[in-house]
Design a protein around this ligand. Sequence first.
Ligand SMILES: [Zn+2]
Length: 934
Amino acid sequence: MRKFLIFILTGIISFSGFSQNTLDLTQEVPFDNTIRRGVLSNGLTYYIKHNELPKDKTSFYLYQNVGAVLENDKQNGLAHFLEHMAFNGTTHFPGNTVIDWLEKKGVKFGKEINAYTSTNETVYNLSEVPTVNEKVIDSCLLILSDWCNELSLTDEEIDAERKVIQEEWRQRYNANYRLDKQLKGVKYNHSIYSKRDALGSMDVVKSFKYKALRDFYHDWYRTDLQAIGIVGDFDVDVMEEKVKTLFSKIPAIKNPKERKYVTIPDNEKPLYKVATDKEVKNVGLTLEIRQFYKKDNSLAQQRENFVHTFFNSLMNARYKEAIMKGKTSFKSARALYGDFEKNYKAFNLNLSANEGEVENAFKAVYTELHRVVQHGFTQGEIDRLKAKMLQNNENWLLNGETTTSDSYAKRIKNTFLDGLAFPTYEFGYNFSKSVIPTISKEEVSALAKQYLTEKNRVFTITAPEKENLQVPTLNQIQSIMAEVENSKLEPYVDQFPTDMVLLDSLPAGGKIIGEKLNRGFKAVEWQLSNGAKVVYKFNNAHKGHIELNAVSQGGASVYDVKDIPSLQAVSLVNRFGIGDLDPLTYSKVMVDNSAKSNVSLETYNERITASASIKDVESMFQLVFMRFETPRFDEAKFNELMTGNYNSLNSPVQNPNTVMNNTYKTLVANGDPRYFEFNKAYLDQIHFNRMKEIYGERFSNAADFTFYLIGDVPFNTVKTMVETYIGALEGKNNKETYKPLDDYFPKGFNKHRVEIPMEAPRAMVVIKMEENVDYDRETIMHHNILGDILNIRFIENIREKEGGVYTISVNAGDTRLPSPKLNMDISFSCDPNNAEHLNDLVYNELKQIQNEVKQSDLDKVVENLKKTRPLMKQSNAYWMKTLETYYNYGENMMAPEYYDAILDKVTTDDIKKAAQSFFNSANTLDIIFIPEDK
Ligand SMILES: [Zn+2]
């Protein structure tokens, strides 16, 4: 078959890279000299970089070479505890005033102000702070410097935070966390890593002596282990002076303890451990093999990283292919060589399978790996991956120009903690371009054997907790391995469909019969001869990228109840391949193609979304064409997916989240016949042929669709593609609208207390409210602001004062169809014994806010919305919504009266009124899930 293309889009950037023969791999990676760095006499390191994305804003980071491994047994959990204390009082910002002050500048806690602690590092960030005002810069530097050396650590604040951390533990205490705890001993061969995770021991958290925390702070938060990174829109010289002046004042501590790095002892014999949990469904088996690995700064090691990436990518492609071909004994399989803990890497081979099939699954997975040991990868696999990676490299350079200050700050972390250089994007681009072609089939293939050292093997199994559990023993696993190693395996057959293309002939396109400029949006509207309407807006915020949304009214609303199950199965078409290409062939044909498409059926619309990078624009249009004209339905694949669905019903294990979610949906549906619980009766009503028919009905008339296009592609290219592909779709005369559906949401106040089987001592509180309103922008905006203010109230009173929760979420929004509604969802997890009390506190806040809205809270929310607005307005996603809203409702989301003007004049009185109106008339569903009494 021949390849038909209208345009061959050639390389976007021509760059004269350095050639392979001049590449000296003993050289060091060069440091990006646009980054100003230095070490103060007290040992503190700084990195300063000017960057204008986003404009007028700066990100401030504190990186510390400190983590949970430095704790002693009495301090188990205190590295993380200390991180929390940074937000609970410093010399210049007592109590919670750090957060309060930053929020007044529009920087939001939890979103732009955050921190994390791990085994070996602790990192704090103040992101995208508006810094046009010099004083704000000074204050942010003061916050960092306070964190370095001036935490207050008062008794009262420490005691208050103990509860918050216990709630954080409760929130994280799920099956994975519990399995991890059981496996840590063997995973880290009983080194200190086996005893330290960041959360630590709750016994310690409840009762540690104040001194233990202050000691940890004194011993480890010290200048020789600290660095600050400042990236943003400012003058570097001025910033460097400020940093030197302020941070040089911090004294280096006397006789510092040695910051040791953990050595994990070698194990000559393999270690083995089975971990079980009541909430686990499948069996997982992992083989992990550790290697000591010291990162250095050489180009040779950079090149080596590429070789490992090749192995990971090719090995996993083989597993994916096996799964796509069907009938494997494993449900998933993955091989990965990558970072382990500091100074270690590990090869990790893992799979999941049904109980009783684990031996076969392991044999199959290990056989594929050993096929590579015996025969290597094929030249075809290597060559195709090279082509793909070189292509990605082009995109990488494009994206490199749009690096945000926060991504720079994150990369600086690796520089400080691992001593790696931070090269420029241009260097990275040129290096990749010259090194990828030099990677050989032999060296990638050889890795399989190199990874499988006899030393440092750890086998771990995760499984459901039950009597007579059937999982392989260490001996059984080892004999499977020996059997595979001693057998002569057939080489892999590389069936790459070189003669297959997406579309093998160009469709007879249509014509653009009308062209109109939408001046407000600088977009163009095309009317096509088949009745389809297309709107294109050029936007280069996402460089070299295009997106398409094709939308039509109707959706599920035009179908009877009996069709709903088959209708919901329509999305399966995304997994059936397309045109003549079955799913496996399709995935191979698209291996180096970025074009994607997806079909969805919503309540009131049907929709096709698609996207591509610039070189694959034509493929994207072809996919959209094929979604309409040559969709593929695969009955065998359909049956396979349905069998999986039926099997999942048979499992005795129920994940508590799934149970909660289903119960919640049933309560929200409140008897709506169009809502189906996921059970056998539902699955029985899904019919392949009916699904196919419904697809045909939804996606056969292009005249009923509007195609929105946004991207960085020349006007004439898009125009030609639109005529050729969208113009070629079949169009009929009839236009369709949706049918308004009845509202079943429970009226009035509805309280439910539901017991569910759950291992964690945890309650989940969910409050959902809805109110019918007349649509106008002020009402919507005031409601959104109300939600954000409540968020601040809840953090202050329910998290900080009460210590009742770790996080509490508030989502205020609106829906428009079939008639406008405001909604608000509030949810949090907590101690079951505390759930009713905290629930009452939430309603207190809802009452309180109807009497008083603090000006300072409103200011914080308004500042944050104003701060994020400019970037939001540039994004493709916002533009997509803007176009759709305009053509559906005639509303302009970019206009001041839609957003900015409302923000400018909103008062506390407006929000008070919004609260009164909403909370007095909203229908409310109040649910608390608690663990079943056992
Ligand atoms: Zn935390």
